[in-house]
Design a protein around this ligand. Structure first.
Ligand code: ADP
Ligand code: MG
Length: 622
């Protein structure tokens, strides 16, 4: 710090120019924030077409042109003044803001740190008016030709605040940020056409009202084609009427980065912890291991139930009924994701290239159907009169257990002794068909009405087991099975401590474990569902997990994660050869299991290659 800075000066009012520059620091952080403010102004002016053009990453020049209602010539200089806005008039208006802007700061802030040319024309004027300002000082005004609407040209950004200029990244980075801003605004406002020009070249052109194309261009083609449609409205909540609509990706389309997540509240792009939490929770069961869901969601809520005046950049909001909003978002998405059954799953993989741009991007939900002649009926694996072998038996190895046949609390997690009733199918062929073979000890091949079904048997079984354990846990705890001979396990002292610490809670999770020494524990009972698996390996992993949980209260939160890792252990391993009956039993079980379309890690459990795609691969009928 310099000596001058330490010297006491008398208190004095800052000049408007300096005050504006300070305020500008909040609103105008970088070129992208200027683009955001200018585009929001255009949207507030009811524009139907917005063109953005940038040079030098926006530092050299940003031009935004719209066809909105324009600014009357008499109000041009006010538009550039601080705290001057046409969007609100008094405090009461702050309570239900419907416009994107309302602070009356953006243009004044930009004008204080750059050269700004404002040209605008309203429907009532024959010609446009132009006003030029640099560093907050008016340079001049004059009539200028312009169609109805407004153009704002910002150049020489931060010419008078070199410190800020220094913090900017490369031209490329700034350009990327601007691109992001435009993407978000374009998703928020499908009814508006957008265009972005970078150094004179068009880099993004999005016509209005072509949402499928917009989704495909701004996210991925797969998302546009396969995303799950959400549209739920609820009246009379504590927060008034709530509507959530948009698209969420199937868990199988999750990403390693949280880079395709768009949430809008009343057309406003927001980042909100509460919303993020609700969405994460909804995906919790179907997404594991640091994967991120993809979504484009719109929340519509009474403007008086949400406060947008909490942050200068208006990126954050505060919901007056936070709990209600959270639960509505969570509940809607959770339900929608759980509704996705195997039969909703379209032909995930195609041999032939996918047909071009879809006209509708509703999820593939056609139930499997078959011509009445049933020419494709499977023969090799059709249900048989004799009951299938019990799966506990089928998968039994390693640890001897006490059989509990006939007991109503007996395991439901293993493959069923008899196939459960299959969904009603006119063809008589269940959705996932009948097994015809096992491939390389990894995949089950089955024939259904559509064509060929390929199932990842480990992934599928893991999901089935996990869902069953979850159901049991929610009911009366996970059914346990006593080991004929208790197992001693050598563990670390910290792990033995953990077993002692969580001893109360373990039986509900299907385990009876007790400390039997400084570094040893005894395993007495295991989840019945998993009795056939390698109980020792399972227990070891679980104990290691437990050791990471200090507070028994936190165990409740971790329960589902623990179940998932148990399910992984308890499910059939690759290279186990299965009989057709065992394979069919698994297929039937998948059909009645929630979320059966993806494994606990969000990967698909099966794919369908329909006859059409097979025909395509062999160029049949072309
Ligand atoms: P705010 O948007 O918070 O009102 P701004 O500084 O961004 O503040 O804009 C000030 C005023 O200028 C707006 O209230 C609006 O009346 C007018 N204005 C700015 N940009 C446009 C535009 N593109 N079309 C029409 N009017 C505009
Ligand atoms: Mg504004």
């Amino acid at each position: 710090m310099t000596a001058a800075a330490l010297q006491r000066r008398p208190i004095g009012r800052l000049s408007a120019v300096v005050a504006n520059q300070i305020a500008a620091g909040e609103v105008v952080e970088r070129p992208a924030s200027i683009v955001k403010e200018l585009v929001e102004n255009a949207l507030d002016a009811q524009a139907t077409q917005i063109q953005v053009s940038i040079e030098g990453g926006g530092l050299k020049r940003i031009t935004v042109t719209d066809d909105g209602h324009g600014i009357p010539a008499a109000e041009m200089s006010l538009a550039l003044a601080r705290h001057a806005t046409s969007k609100i008039a008094d405090t009461a208006d702050l309570d239900g803001i419907a416009s994107l802007g309302f602070r009356g700061e953006a243009l004044a802030s930009v004008a204080s740190v750059a050269s700004v040319t404002l040209i605008s024309r309203t429907a009532g004027q024959d010609a446009g008016a132009e006003l030029r300002v640099r560093g907050g000082e008016v340079l001049g005004d004059r009539p200028a030709p312009h169609p109805i609407g407004t153009t704002v040209i910002v150049s020489d950004l931060f010419f008078n605040t070199p410190a800020r200029r220094k913090f900017l990244k490369t031209e490329r980075t700034e350009q990327g940020q601007i691109d992001q801003v435009l993407r978000r605004q374009a998703l928020a406002h499908p009814e508006v056409a957008f265009e972005l020009k970078v150094n004179g070249r068009i880099s993004l052109r999005l016509p209005a009202n072509a949402m499928a194309q917009r989704l495909s261009r701004l996210l991925t083609e797969a998302f546009a084609e396969q995303a799950i449609v959400v549209d739920e409205q609820r009246a009379d909540t504590a927060a008034g009427t709530l509507r959530l609509h948009g698209w969420v990706a199937r868990p199988t389309q999750s990403r390693a980065q949280a880079d395709q997540q768009y949430f809008f509240v009343n057309g406003r792009v927001i980042r909100d912890k509460l919303v993020a939490h609700a969405i994460r929770q909804a995906y919790r069961d179907v997404l594991f291991g640091g994967r991120h869901p993809v979504f484009v969601l719109y929340l519509e809520i009474d403007p008086t139930a949400v406060d947008v005046n909490v942050h200068p950049t208006k990126h954050e909001v505060r919901f007056r009924e936070a709990r209600t909003v959270h639960d509505f978002i969570f509940g809607t998405l959770h339900r929608r994701l759980r509704e996705q059954r195997p039969e909703d799953h379209g032909s995930a993989a195609q041999f032939a290239p996918a047909p071009s741009a879809p006209t509708s991007f509703a999820p593939t939900q056609n139930p499997l159907s078959l011509p009445s002649g049933s020419a494709f009926r499977a023969h090799s694996g059709a249900p048989q009169a004799s009951p299938f072998r019990s799966a506990a038996e089928a998968f039994a190895h390693h640890v001897p257990t006490v059989a509990e046949a006939g007991d109503p609390s007996a395991p439901t997690g293993s493959l069923p002794a008899t196939a459960p009733p299959v969904p009603d199918e006119p063809s008589g062929v269940p959705p996932l068909g009948y097994a015809i073979a096992q491939l390389h000890g990894i995949y089950i091949l089955a024939q259904n009405a559509q064509g060929l079904v390929i199932v990842d048997m480990h992934a599928a079984h893991e999901r089935v087991v996990y869902e069953q354990m979850k159901t049991q846990l929610a009911a009366s705890g996970i059914a346990r099975q006593r080991l004929l001979v208790p197992e001693q396990l050598d563990v670390t002292e910290a792990e033995a401590d953990a077993v002692e610490r969580h001893a109360q809670a373990l039986p509900a999770l299907g385990l009876v474990l007790e400390r039997s020494g400084i570094q040893s524990v005894t395993l007495r009972e295991v989840p019945a569902t998993l009795a056939g698996g390698d109980a020792l390996a399972l227990a070891r992993d679980l104990i290691a997990d437990l050791a990471t949980i200090d507070d028994p209260a936190r165990l409740t939160h971790a329960q589902h994660d623990l179940l998932a890792s148990m399910a992984c252990h308890g499910s059939v391993r690759a290279n186990r050869s299965l009989t057709l009956e065992e394979m069919n039993a698994l297929l039937r079980q998948m059909e009645v299991t929630e979320n059966a379309g993806q494994c606990n890690h969000g990967r698909p459990t099966f794919v369908v290659h329909d006859l059409k795609s097979l025909d395509g691969a062999f160029l049949r009928g072309q």
